[in-house]
Design a protein around this ligand. Structure first.
Ligand code: PDD
Length: 284
């Protein structure tokens, strides 16, 4: 079956889909995106993702590509045409195609919209979560508006590849002061020896992850202590548990950072419990 992608009003096989060479996403990374998790053909936390998309668009003074019901229709239609039961959908909105100029094009230039969907092996992800992953610390060289889910991902991509080259599944991004901001494509968490859960406050220094929000709410429901503050690499190395959260990984325990074992070197009880509760909340 040919995979189908939605591009600016058309559903086509990838081989026939095209985007204008002067699309501002292509030339300036002038766009934003969302990744949503699909379980049993249902888009999980859809409103949360679309609210964040609206926020990212607003911060960049970009017009929404279409109404929310129309966008949801495109997403569901892309899933249907690709026969996705469990997987992801990726939405990308750019400022559209216009002659290359640093200033914004006029209002007559409509934004570009892409929607694609991919299947995902939930069993593989669950098996990885049982073992936990290794992480590598990498300097955070990004801009100051990491709260915007921008398609400009060069620093994250380089960090991710550096980690992968050293056998690590995620890079933990670290500022000059030694504090972790987040993962290259996830939010970072630790559990201290008083069972307090720490994650960085969602200001401009990190992306306010949707999974982060779900995990934070679950922590509060469980009556555990949540502290939204930055923690350092040294604190993470001395932590009882460390984990990262994202739409694609859900909650992934980190059992080693920079080759040093975290806690008992296996996923901890709190990480396991939270992951289970997220899976339950997502109907998995
Ligand atoms: N990335 N921080 C960064 C820098 C991210 O790129 C992501 C997700 C997150 C977690 O956000 P959420 O829980 O909403 O997925 C945090 C996605 C999955 C990606 O780029 O593929």
């Amino acid at each position: 079956m040919a995979r189908i992608i939605y591009v600016n009003g058309r559903y086509s096989p990838y081989s026939q889909a095209s985007i204008h060479v002067e699309d501002r996403g292509f030339q300036f990374a002038d766009g934003v995106y969302e990744v949503c998790f699909i379980h049993n053909r249902v888009i999980v936390d859809l409103d949360g993702h679309l609210d964040r998309l609206d926020r990212s668009l607003g911060e960049l003074r970009m017009a929404p590509p279409m109404s929310r019901p129309a966008l949801i229709h495109v997403m569901n239609e892309t899933l249907r045409r690709n026969k996705i039961r469990n997987g992801y959908t990726y939405l990308q909105v750019t400022r559209g195609a216009a002659p290359r100029a640093f200033s914004f094009p006029g209002d007559d230039i409509g934004s570009s919209l892409i929607c694609m969907a991919r299947p995902h092996d939930e069993k593989k992800n669950n098996a990885l979560a049982k073992k936990g992953i290794n992480a590598l610390t990498v300097p955070d060289i990004r801009w100051a508006r990491r709260d915007i889910k921008s398609i400009s991902l060069l620093p994250q991509m380089l960090a991710s590849q550096t980690a992968l080259d050293q056998g690590c599944a995620e890079a933990l991004l670290v500022e000059d002061d030694g504090f972790i901001t987040e993962g290259s494509h996830s939010n970072a968490w630790m559990v201290d020896h008083d069972n307090r859960l720490l994650t960085r406050r969602a200001d401009n220094s990190i992306l306010r992850g949707r999974t982060r929000e779900v995990v934070a709410a679950t922590i509060i429901e469980l009556g555990l202590k949540l502290e939204e503050r930055a923690f350092s690499v040294d604190e993470a190395l001395a932590a009882k548990e460390v984990f990262v959260t994202s739409t694609t990984a859900l909650l992934m325990p980190v059992v080693q950072i920079d080759g040093k074992q975290i806690g008992a070197g296996v996923p901890g009880d709190i990480s396991n419990k939270l992951r289970q509760l997220i899976c339950d909340a997502y109907g998995m």
